[in-house]
Design a protein around this ligand. Structure first.
Ligand SMILES: Nc1ncnc2c1ncn2[C@@H]1O[C@H](COP(=O)(O)OP(=O)(O)OP(=O)(O)O)[C@@H](O)[C@H]1O
Ligand SMILES: [Mg+2]
Length: 391
């Protein structure tokens, strides 16, 4: 920034381009689309708003852009309160799913548009640099309809970035692309963000997309942020059943708390004794009450029941019977029914496959207790799954 901040205003680089939402909410009549929300998007980061359809992602983004007036709260960009400013006065640009390119202008003029509107005389260098950034230099004189979906998407990004926004808002920008192109464009957008270093706020309902691209992910559900953090932290220690199920797959086992005196909470589920580090439990465990013990499918090892004696001490173990085995090349995905729960999911890498692990086989599922996480048993076990979507 070139302006001098008044005395007393924080001037650190990091807060200089932060997006700060404070108590921001949106009501439509009696319906609350976004509940009061506090959120800080650190300057220069790639931030994803992730959630199922209708959870309030676009509404939140539109309030940052100034396209939607919040019912309560404030929006600050780089320390400045912009809540009352119209969209064109905010240092923000938005890339929509539909791209909204001008069909009658060629790619060069589409990208130059923002500069021309501001009366910039010599646009050649900036447009050239932008087209190079998105690797479309050779396409400058084509019309949008002569480009593929992925190329059009990159034009839309270039057209927004040429205005040097502090923040780029992207609303499902890859939604119209097929899966393979989507994956390519995810890497491409990430590269562009790293290169230009400005804040990206990216809205998506695709959990894989959010995890591969973003430094920080906010998982939204029903107009609230359920959890916010680095992708690996959200995956490793989800705080709600919705996050546990929406972000990847989780096995959630209802268990009775037996002992809370040690570093590990000791529990029992259908006759199996389980351990869970107290530090990985989101609620205070009380003896005699219930908890959900969560474990990711790839953390579980399957051993045929005949070999149960070979399982090392100290691992959580439950018995079960394989109901399905799906071969996926690098891995095999098993479904197992167990007294602790039906349809438990297990992923095994195909290193040395045990030919006995077929449907009908009796098995022991075992895992390092340190990989378990503990959740409040008062929640729906199906929240965030296809069966319990939105609950
Ligand atoms: N103008 C409006 N009037 C009334 N309700 C609205 C309006 N705009 C949005 N909503 C409602 O607010 C909720 C949140 O909408 P929003 O567009 O933010 O969802 P989203 O998370 O972006 O969903 P999607 O992934 O489907 O785009 C939805 O239930 C929607 O029906
Ligand atoms: Mg939306």
């Amino acid at each position: 920034m070139t302006t001098t901040a008044p005395t007393g205003t924080p001037t650190s680089d990091s807060s200089g381009t932060d997006v700060r939402l404070t108590g921001i909410s949106k009501r439509y009549g009696a319906f609350t689309a976004v509940h009061p929300l506090d959120l800080v998007v650190p300057g220069g980061s790639f931030f994803a708003l992730l959630g199922a359809s209708g959870c309030g992602k676009t509404t939140t983004l539109r309030m940052i852009a100034g396209l939607e007036e919040p019912s309560t709260g404030t929006v600050r960009l780089g320390g400045e309160d912009v809540t009352g400013l119209p969209p064109y006065k905010r240092p923000v640009n938005t890339v929509f799913q539909s791209y909204a390119l001008f069909p009658h202008l060629d790619i060069y003029e589409n990208v130059a548009f923002g500069l021309r509107r501001r009366g910039v005389k010599s646009v050649k260098k900036q447009v050239g640099d932008m087209l190079d950034l998105v690797q479309l230099g050779d396409f400058a004189h084509r019309k949008p309809q002569q480009l593929s979906g992925g190329q059009q998407q990159r034009v839309a990004v270039a057209r927004a970035l040429i205005n040097h926004p502090q923040v780029l808002l992207l609303d499902e920008p890859l939604g119209a692309l097929d899966l393979k192109l989507r994956r390519q464009m995810q890497l491409e957008l990430k590269r562009i963000q790293t290169e230009v270093g400005i804040t990206f706020v990216h809205v998506t309902h695709d959990q894989e997309e959010a995890m591969t691209m973003a430094d920080t992910v906010a998982v939204m559900n029903g107009g609230r942020v359920e959890q916010l953090g680095a992708p690996a932290d959200l995956y490793d220690t989800p705080r709600t059943t919705f996050v546990a199920n929406f972000l990847g797959t989780s096995n959630l086992i209802t268990a009775d708390v037996l002992d809370t005196s040690g570093d590990d909470i000791v529990l029992r589920a259908a006759g199996s004794k389980l351990a869970l580090p107290a530090a990985r439990c989101t609620v205070t465990a009380r003896t005699g009450e219930k908890l959900l013990v969560g474990i990711r499918p790839e953390k579980i090892t399957l051993t045929h029941a005949d070999d149960a004696g070979t399982i090392p001490e100290g691992r959580n173990r439950v018995h079960g019977r394989i109901t399905e085995a799906g071969f996926f090349g690098v891995s095999t995905q098993y479904l197992v029914d167990s007294p602790v729960g039906t349809g438990l999911s297990v992923y095994q890498q195909n290193i040395e496959r045990d030919g006995r692990l077929v449907p009908g086989a009796d098995v022991v599922l075992h895992w390092n207790p340190g990989h378990s996480f503990g959740l409040d048993a008062a929640q729906s076990i199906e929240a965030g799954t296809d069966a319990g979507e939105g609950t």
